[in-house]
Ligand binder design. Sequence first.
Ligand code: HEM
Ligand SMILES: [Fe+2]
Length: 285
Amino acid sequence: MPIHKIMPNFTVDDYYRWWVVHLWVELTFELFAAGVLAYLSVALGLVRRSVAERIMLFEIFLVIATGTLGVGHHYWWQGADEYWIAIGGVFSALEPLPLIILMVEAIKEQKQIKEMGRGFDWGVPFLWLAGSAFLNWFGAGWLGMVINTPTIGYYSHGTYLIMPHGHVALLGAFGYISYAFIYMTARANALAKGLVWNESLSKWGFWLLTIGVILYSIPTMIIGLHQAQVAYELGYYATRARDILVAMEGMMWIRIFPDGMMIVGGAIVLYDLLEKIYFSRKIKA
Ligand code: HEM
Ligand SMILES: [Fe+2]
C-alpha cells in the first residue's frame, strides 16, 4: 500500500482509487444510508424498532457481501486479471438487491403515512427520505446495472454513460439523506419554538430537483450510448476525441432544461432552509 512513498504505477494507483470510489460509495456510505433511513423511519414512528433492526441486519450482510467483491467490476480496466470481470459482474449484479428492499420499505411507509391522514408533522423530511430511497434505487441500482454487465462496461468505461449513474446515485443516496436530516432538525426546531412552517416552497424545491435530475439522465445516456457505439466500432481511444461528440451537440444543449430545473430547485431549497431555520416567525396565538 503506497503509504510512505508514491508508486508511479497506474495499476497500483487505480487500484487504490477504486478503494476510495467503490468501497466508500457502494459499501460504507450505502450502509450508512440504510442505517439513517432505518433510524429516521423509527424516529418518525413509521416502522417498529424490532422490524427496522431485522431489516438492517439483513442489509448489513447483503451490502457487505455484494459491495466488497463487487469492486471487481473496476479491476479489469486497471490491468488486473480477467477473472475479476466475472466476480465483479456477478456480485455487483446483486448490489441493487438491498436498494430494492429500501425502496419497498419506503413505499410501505408512504402508504402508512397516507392512512395516518393530514395531521402528520414530518411530511417534508419524509419526502426527502422517500426521495433518497427512490433515487438510490434508480441511480445506483438501475443506472448502475445499465453499465454493470461486463460486455457493456467494456465499451462504456469512462464515457458519458457513467455520468447519469454517478450523479443520480450520489445526489439521491447521500445528498437527499442530508436534506432529510436538515429538514428534520428544522422541523423539530419549528415545533419546539412554535414557528410558522409552510410546506409549499419546500415541495417546489424537492420536485424541481428530483424531476430535473431524472430528466438529466436521458440526454446524458443518449450521448453515452453513442460514445459506447464508437468505442465498439473504432476502439476506446476514439471516444476520447472531441470530434466524436460534435454529432451529439443537440443533446448537450437540451440539458439546459433539466440542469436549469436542478439549479432553480437547489436554490429554492437553500432559500427555504435559511428562511425556516433563521427567519421564521412565531405562529400567532
Ligand atoms: C450510491 C451508490 C453509488 C454511487 C454514489 C456510485 C458512484 C459511481 C461513480 C462516481 C462512478 C464513476 C467513478 C469514476 O469513473 O471515477 C461509478 C462507476 C461505476 N459504478 Fe457506481 N455508484 C454507486 C453504486 C453502484 C452500483 C449499485 C453498481 C452496480 C449495480 C455500480 C456500478 C458501477 C460501475 C460498473 C462503474 C464503472 C464504470 C466504468 O468502468 O467506467 N455502482 N459509480
Ligand atoms: Fe463500483
